[in-house]
Design a binder for this molecule. Structure first.
Ligand code: MD5
Ligand code: FE
Length: 204
């Protein structure tokens, strides 16, 4: 079912489950080409989340800062894997349902959370156009998502995101602070002991 959790944000429960097998096969192909790696924050700490990307632009962070790049620094500056058309189509369909029919992502950031991994409260501000939404797909272990406000100190609402859920974050919610609480130990029947989150973005 579809739930509006903010004026510009829709939570589409189980939206990708009908295409689960094809989605997971496409995802495995991307990860085989561009493996997960734990990047360094500008402050020099390793993120607890491991990341990779597909699409024309991939997100990265190192001592020099956060940015989108066309070449993978881990694979001798090779281009990121192509965004599988099935993944792009699912993201575009979700965005259209939420009121963004023109959404055409050029980047998909793939985050892997093993138990204990988390993402601290932050805003997504590395993209060129904040009028474009971000579409997120949650797979594997459940996680508690913190949906804050436009100021870091605003009280956050909490939502449990489970396997197959899609969230479209847009409009006035695009710059809200958000984070993910440490993922609890567990085993998902098809994904094992991990949570994977895909975020589709117009980065460039
Ligand atoms: C995750 N990833 O579950 C989340 C899903 C990230 C990240 O936060 O930056 O990789 S994306 C959630 C999101 C994106 C843009 C805006 C808002 C939430 N929001 O306004 O709450 O791994
Ligand atoms: Fe984020």
């Amino acid at each position: 079912w579809n739930e509006r959790i903010g004026s510009g944000t829709m939570l589409l429960h189980g939206f990708v489950l009908a295409q689960e097998a094809l989605l997971l096969a496409a995802l495995r192909g991307v990860i085989a080409e561009a493996p997960f790696r734990r990047m360094q924050t500008p402050g020099g700490r390793a993120m607890s989340v491991a990341t990779t990307s597909c699409g024309r632009l991939g997100w990265m962070t190192d001592r020099r800062g956060y940015r989108y790049v066309t070449a993978d620094p881990l694979r001798d500056q090779a281009p990121w894997p192509t965004m599988p058309p099935l993944l792009a189509t699912l993201a575009e369909q979700a965005a259209a349902l939420a009121g963004f029919p023109a959404f055409r992502p050029d980047s998909c950031l793939i985050n892997r959370y093993v138990p204990g991994a988390k993402m601290s409260l932050h805003q997504d501000k590395d993209e060129a156009d904040f009028s474009q939404p971000i579409v997120s797909v949650s797979l594997g272990l459940p996680a508690v998502f913190q949906f804050g406000g436009l100021a870091r100190s605003d009280k956050a609402q909490r939502y449990l995101l489970t396997h197959g859920d899609v969230v479209v974050w847009g409009g006035p919610d695009r710059l809200r602070f958000h984070g993910v609480l440490p993922v609890k130990p567990g085993e998902h029947p098809r994904m094992g002991a991990q949570r994977i989150n895909l975020t589709f973005r117009v980065a460039g």
